[in-house]
Design a protein around this ligand. Structure first.
Ligand SMILES: C[S@@+](CC[C@H](N)C(=O)[O-])C[C@H]1O[C@@H](n2cnc3c(N)ncnc32)[C@H](O)[C@@H]1O
Length: 342
């Protein structure tokens, strides 16, 4: 029953408020601020409280929670599944990872591990991971437990594993794992040794998370406030309706037969435009969208004087560019919502 309830709410089990400040006490952040990510940020409060005054990035699949996070102190919050995101590798100084606790459809893998593998790509060298999971992850199956434990050893150093303090531990059986990202290296530990370590986690034979007087993990400075690629390939109808606010306009101007079939247009970034162009969609139709564009080919001529001979040298080169016309949120200076993108 508890699992069904959690699934209905997209596995929303927020990091407890008291635990957030204890986690924070383990961390020291650079004064200038560094890039921090929560790949399933809920309404955003956990990351905000763990990383005060840092440059925060989030993702969240639940539209309501994501829209709430967007109103807070984040540089960017993407709406949709973490699995669909496109993010530059090795750009974050810190990642708070309290993932959904469930099996991926098919029952082979758990979301906790998928999120761990993916998030690790985005953590920069010496970046700090804080991974908050239930002990049940290591009991889910022997294979899952060993995969996760080995992955941590292969990709992180200075790993410390703590159980929640009481009374939260008895109720929620959660643990917090810290680690510092290192270049990936194979681990040759025996199966017996790995099983012993995992048994210690399952039985709670590990130290308790406690408020630190001075921080243990120093978080490195990364591209403060700037991440080159941070986007998602996902259409969220609710978000598109809030963002574009053009659905009513489209409906009022469309043929009656199409009215109920229209969906709110969502923003297209340059990468998506390029994909559409490559897919031949320019001047074609996608469900609910029309993207107009054209290819321009022109010749550029240039004349230079040879400094030795004084002769004039004429050259021409062919220049091609693609021009798109797309609908945008706010009207431009000329009052039009159609923007030209070159
Ligand atoms: C355990 S809660 C953690 C919330 C927040 N990070 C915190 O620490 O309080 C997991 C969150 O993941 C979100 N979620 C579930 N599946 C997701 C997915 N595939 N991609 C992104 N977020 C997801 C849920 O909606 C939920 O808000």
């Amino acid at each position: 029953m508890a699992r069904l309830q959690a699934q209905a709410n997209w596995e929303y089990i927020p990091t407890h408020k008291r635990i957030r400040s204890i986690i924070k006490s383990y961390l020291s952040f650079p004064e200038a601020g560094t890039t921090c990510l929560d790949p399933c940020c809920g309404p955003g409060d956990a990351l905000i409280e763990i990383c005060p005054n840092q440059h925060l990035f989030g993702l969240e699949v639940h539209t309501g929670r994501a829209l709430e996070a967007k109103t807070k102190n984040f540089i960017n919050v993407l709406v949709g599944p973490f699995e669909n995101c496109v993010i530059s590798n090795r750009v974050f100084g810190f990642i708070h990872l309290n993932p959904p606790y469930d099996w991926v459809a098919g029952g082979e893998e758990k979301y906790e591990e998928l999120f761990l593998y993916r998030a690790t790509n985005y953590l920069g060298p010496r970046g700090v991971l804080e991974y908050l999971v239930p002990t049940g992850l290591f009991q889910a199956s022997k294979a899952v437990g060993i995969r996760v434990y080995k992955f941590l050893l292969e990709n992180y150093r200075d790993i410390q594993i703590f159980k929640y303090p009481q009374p939260e531990y008895s109720e929620f059986k959660q643990i917090v794992i810290f680690g510092v990202k290192k270049p990936s290296e194979p681990v040759t530990a025996s199966l017996e040794w790995l099983e012993k370590q995992i048994a210690r986690i399952i039985t709670g034979d590990i130290p308790e998370l406690s408020l630190q007087e001075s921080p243990i993990y120093e978080i490195p400075l990364f591209n403060p406030g700037w991440v080159k690629t941070f986007r998602i390939n996902y259409y969220d109808a609710e978000l598109a309706a809030v963002d574009s606010q053009t659905l009513n306009l489209l409906q009022s101007e469309s043929k009656p037969v199409l009215k109920d079939k229209l969906i709110a247009p969502s923003y297209l970034d340059k990468a998506l435009l390029a994909l559409l162009a490559v897919g031949g969609y320019i001047d074609g139709r996608m469900p609910g969208h029309i993207l107009l564009g054209r290819y321009e080919n022109r010749e550029e001529s240039n004349t230079e004087t040879d400094t030795d001979s004084g002769d004039e040298i004429h050259s021409t080169r062919k220049v091609s560019s693609t021009v798109f016309y797309a609908m945008c949120k706010n009207p431009g200076e000329d009052g039009s919502r159609v923007v030209e993108i070159r």
